[in-house]
Ligand binder design. Structure first.
Ligand SMILES: [Zn+2]
Length: 187
């Protein structure tokens, strides 16, 4: 709403500047700074954006504090930066940025509270059955889009019915816990 207003006021201001130049008026306006209504819209848009980002930050702060207080070991998947570079999809880029921020917060809060953050390679964590450890090859031929639409599946090896996200989380946790040496785990 305000973004559209800002764009319109900017367009109009630029037109006015062009008119002034064309008509050779005595005191031509040459800068967008000379258009207070455009400047007002610009400030409002900046403020609204800041509010959204502050709110998001606030939620992340609360969530990460809660997680670090509740758990001694937290396992997350390593952010796939290569995939991010390859994939220019905006939503993906934004969610990756949010994820990176979340992991950064978890990292310094784990340091503060003496908790452990473990990052694991998320490769195949969605396709391996967390009950029997077998990879489900039925998904190998699917496109990325088709694969993402699979929310639940049944393991062809052991028959367990799995929720996509919960199964992946179980695998990530198992991978993370496997990285802790027994001595470290006791300490
Ligand atoms: Zn299985």
């Amino acid at each position: 709403m305000w973004e559209r207003k800002m764009a319109r006021r900017r367009r109009n201001a630029l037109k006015e500047i062009a008119f002034d130049k064309h008509d050779k008026v005595l005191f031509p306006r040459t800068s967008l700074r000379q258009f207070p209504r455009y400047q007002q819209a610009r400030r409002t848009v900046a403020k609204l954006k800041r509010q959204v980002s502050d709110r998001r930050n606030d939620k992340l702060q609360k969530l990460t504090t809660q997680l670090v207080q509740d758990f001694d070991v937290i396992v997350v998947e390593k952010l796939n930066t290569q995939g991010m570079l390859k994939n220019h999809h905006l939503a993906r880029a934004i969610s990756n940025a949010g994820w990176g921020k979340l992991v950064t917060m978890l990292q310094y809060k784990c340091d503060w509270y003496g908790k452990q953050l473990i990052m694991v390679d998320p490769k195949y964590t969605s396709r391996i059955c967390s009950a029997c450890g077998q990879k489900n090859h039925q998904f190998d031929g699917l496109s990325q889009h088709e694969w993402l639409a699979v929310r639940e599946w049944q393991c062809p090896t052991c028959g367990t019915h799995l929720d996509r996200d919960i199964n992946a989380s179980q695998n990530i946790l198992q991978r993370g816990l496997a990285q802790i040496t027994p001595i470290k785990a006791l300490a």
